[in-house]
Design a protein around this ligand. Structure first.
Ligand code: ATP
Length: 287
């Protein structure tokens, strides 16, 4: 007796009209449910994206093979899938929309700093020297610090959670703020236009599961801020003195003063504005 005969005997015995394709259909659904639970347990964007691709592929296969249960299941999932995607990919969508907002149209910047661009270059150059000096000093003394350097994403909502200082930036002021026991040492400093805008600010925490278990909420807050904005965040670990920098959802660890300076120089200091083009006759005349 062949395999087909055994199926036939089993299902005629229970008076159920189930074919081989139905069994396969149920097996695939069971596998998908299992994979879905596994995915939810270790939620991560790349895995979710892969999951969506698998779902689409399975839908096509189900359509070709005429698996009715599977088609019904995927149809149901897809009907609320768009809302689910918006919720799951909220940080990525937010970053993408911010990127669109920051795009220069016809050479015009949509959002500008209040400071004159020529002055801004010098202001940021001085500010990053202070940030690097303070980070090095606090690393030596094992003083925990969290410094957010605002770029184009407006951080007013974050500033509102802390105390507005609007102070000049010097290594001494930064070290005083983060000195344990002072009122503002908890939370983050936000640097805007090369000045300390606020201290004691609360940052969004990252949900990234890949972040090392040895790193606590200070590093998670730095990463979270960099996932939700284009800000650059400098962290000094209280426990180890390690200096790290978070940018675009990536935490770069074990930086020394020089590495940090080079990176901040590239990220924070606006490029030198091109000399205004002079008519050739004037250039000739001047030389
Ligand atoms: N959401 C947040 N926003 C701003 N600052 C935060 C936030 N969460 C924690 N912090 C800061 O981090 C401190 C706690 O750091 P914690 O020891 O948990 O983190 P960590 O990453 O292990 O840092 P460290 O290596 O310095 O110990 C808090 O006292 C506070 O100053």
């Amino acid at each position: 007796m062949g395999l087909k005969g055994i199926w036939y005997d089993m299902f005629t015995l229970f008076h159920v009209n189930v074919g081989l394709s139905d069994i396969l259909d149920i097996a695939v659904v069971a596998f998908l449910v299992y994979e879905l639970i596994r995915l939810i347990n270790q939620t991560h964007t790349a895995q979710i994206a892969k999951g969506i691709l698998v779902l689409i592929f399975t839908f096509v296969v189900a359509k070709i093979c005429d698996f009715r249960t599977l088609q019904w299941l995927i149809n149901s999932v897809m009907s609320f899938g768009l809302i689910a995607v918006v919720i799951v990919f909220q940080p990525e969508l937010r970053r993408a929309l911010e990127q669109v907002g920051r795009t220069n149209f016809f050479g015009m910047q949509l959002f500008r700093s209040k400071v004159n661009p020529a002055d801004l270059r010098e202001v940021w150059q001085n500010a990053i020297v202070s940030v690097c000096d303070a980070a090095e000093q606090m690393s030596d003394t094992r003083t925990g610090a969290l410094m957010v350097l605002e770029r184009r994403t407006n951080l007013s909502e974050i500033i509102k959670t802390g105390t507005v200082l609007n102070a000049d930036i010097t290594p001494e002021i930064l070290e005083t703020i983060f000195y344990e026991g002072t009122a503002l040492h908890d939370g983050a400093v936000v640097v805007r236009d090369g000045r300390i805008e606020a201290a004691g600010c609360v940052l969004p925490l990252s949900n990234n599961l890949e972040i090392g278990k040895d790193m606590g909420t200070r590093h998670r807050a730095a990463l979270g801020m960099s996932e939700n904005s284009d800000a650059v965040v400098v962290v000094v670990s209280e426990e180890t003195g390690i200096i790290s920098m978070a940018k675009n959802g990536v935490l770069i660890r074990r930086l020394d003063r020089q590495n940090l300076f080079n990176m901040l120089q590239g990220d924070m200091v606006p490029p030198q504005t091109e000399e205004k083009k002079q008519p050739f006759w004037r250039k000739k005349h001047e030389s």
